[in-house]
Design a protein around this ligand. Structure first.
Ligand code: HEC
Length: 120
């Protein structure tokens, strides 16, 4: 009897956890990223982030979002090219964001990116 309850409880806890995560991602994105980035609505100050979760792995995204200038200055040629393409506009560092916050933002980007992935 008890084991029958465990599965639905686990499932609902999981979905609660994941929806809370996406929700946090949404509010962090709105507060810290949306001024410069859209997801699927084209370039703003920075690139459209639609599909960016499949362009880079999460380790790279965490590094980039915490300090894009460190990535650019580490000799990463692609990062440098992107920086130059965007007129050397410096994306601010987000050292206050925890890895989990960044993963929540990336999950949110994923949910907003739909099925098709932007190539640029
Ligand atoms: C002041 C404007 C600004 C803010 C705020 C900002 N960005 Fe950026 N972002 C940029 C610019 C400009 C670039 C292009 C690279 C460069 O110039 O350094 C960029 C590049 C990126 C890229 C690489 C995109 C690609 O296609 O390679 C990611 C990922 C990214 N930003 C995520 C974020 C996230 C997540 C936030 C919020 C936590 C954020 N940015 C906040 C301006 C901004």
């Amino acid at each position: 009897m008890k084991t029958k309850l465990i599965i639905p409880i686990t499932v609902s806890l999981f979905s609660l956890f994941f929806s809370a995560k996406a929700q946090d991602g949404k509010s962090i994105f709105a507060a810290k990223c949306a001024a410069c980035h859209s997801i699927g609505n084209g370039r703003l100050v920075g690139p459209d982030l639609k599909g960016v979760h499949s362009k880079y792995n999460s380790t790279y995204l965490v590094k980039w979002i915490k300090s894009s200038q460190s990535v650019i200055n580490s000799g990463d040629a692609k990062a440098k090219a992107l920086f130059l393409e965007y007129n050397s506009i410096v994306m601010p560092d987000f050292l206050d964001l925890k890895d989990a916050d960044i993963k929540a933002i990336v999950s949110y980007i994923k949910t907003q990116s739909g099925g098709t992935v932007a190539t640029k």
